[in-house]
Design a protein around this ligand. Structure first.
Ligand code: FES
Length: 97
């Protein structure tokens, strides 16, 4: 089925590109942009992107590698002070006279 009419990309092209990327690098995160680049093309109007992404989701090899899951949560939760010392402000340092 034709997915991108501007660049003549079919669902088979997308699935093959995803399979190739996963085989070449098992740890890669696969994005629509990488699929376009793998096919040697680039999006033009972008009108196909919702269908393009739906087609990508149907691929078995699209899944995110287990060790890369939850990285965003791990980096944004738990460290509320972003590694700043608690007393980084003069008003909180307690050294004022
Ligand atoms: S239909 Fe895919 S970029 Fe236009």
């Amino acid at each position: 089925m034709m997915i991108c009419h501007c660049m003549s990309i079919t669902d088979t092209d997308i699935h093959r590109a995803i399979d190739w990327m996963r085989a070449a690098d098992p740890d890669t995160l696969i994005t629509p942009g990488k699929v376009y680049r793998t096919l040697g093309k680039r999006a033009d109007c972008g009108g196909c992107l919702p269908l393009f992404i739906d087609t990508m989701r149907q691929a078995d090899s699209l899944s995110i590698p287990m060790h890369l899951r939850g990285l965003r949560r791990a980096t944004t939760q738990g460290d509320a002070y972003e590694r700043r010392r608690q007393g980084h402000r003069l008003s909180q340092s307690g050294t004022q006279e």
